[in-house]
Design a protein around this ligand. Sequence first.
Ligand SMILES: [Zn+2]
Length: 273
Amino acid sequence: MPEGPEIRRVADRLGKVLVGVPLTQVWFAFPELEAMAGRLRQTHVTAVDCWGKALLVIFADGHVLYSHNQLYGVWRLHRSDQPPRTNRILRARLSTSRHTASLYSASDISLWTTETLERQPFLARLGPDLLTHDVSTGDIVARLGERRFASRGLGSLLLDQGFYAGIGNYLRSEILFYAGLRPMKRPKDLSDTQREKLANSILTTILQAYREAGVTNRPVWRKRVQQAGERRAQWRFAVFDRDGKPCHACGATIQRESVASRRFYYCPVCQQG
Ligand SMILES: [Zn+2]
């Protein structure tokens, strides 16, 4: 399943061709949406954002197209005169004179406004999106201290999209490695310095994954593994999916265990906290 960084990159790709460009076609497979299509075509797209696994196309008149891909949905970008050959069912299409964004197979599509969006049932359960909502380390430190989060084990808290949206399973292992923490630790067990380091690790790790297409390893470690001729799976991450291999930092053997029913990787030496 894609995590926040991968979804943010899809939003960016759509935004690049749609934002500020006159729309030539707006089309929906669902009648209640299609009734609004003519009106949306008169306006233009001002932003494409993600919030958790939802993609939001924001229009200048205040409308917001919400779509959630679940397991099967996919946005495809293509030239307007060259629709892709596919057996998938087309659900929505936004075109400019040059480019078209086509949404296939997703069934969870609805139209909101910037005011009503927070009442959308899926979004209402989510915390702020780490790559969309300008979250700072200070914000994260404060949220870690809130009563509803302070007594939760970090291993389950980081996966809880009600805490922050965007962290999935590989990011959880990577974030806790860089923070030097084990997953059973709770925010309230941490010193101020540890909380600060964790908040910092959450932001820098997800931002690196976003900028470097899913890579969260430190450049100097990555280069060393690349030069040894290893495949991407071995240099992409610091610890995730590397059980049995030596820690890039200290050489100890990376361990794997199950935390909150998902696989978790850590260095027993670097993560004493
Ligand atoms: Zn280590």
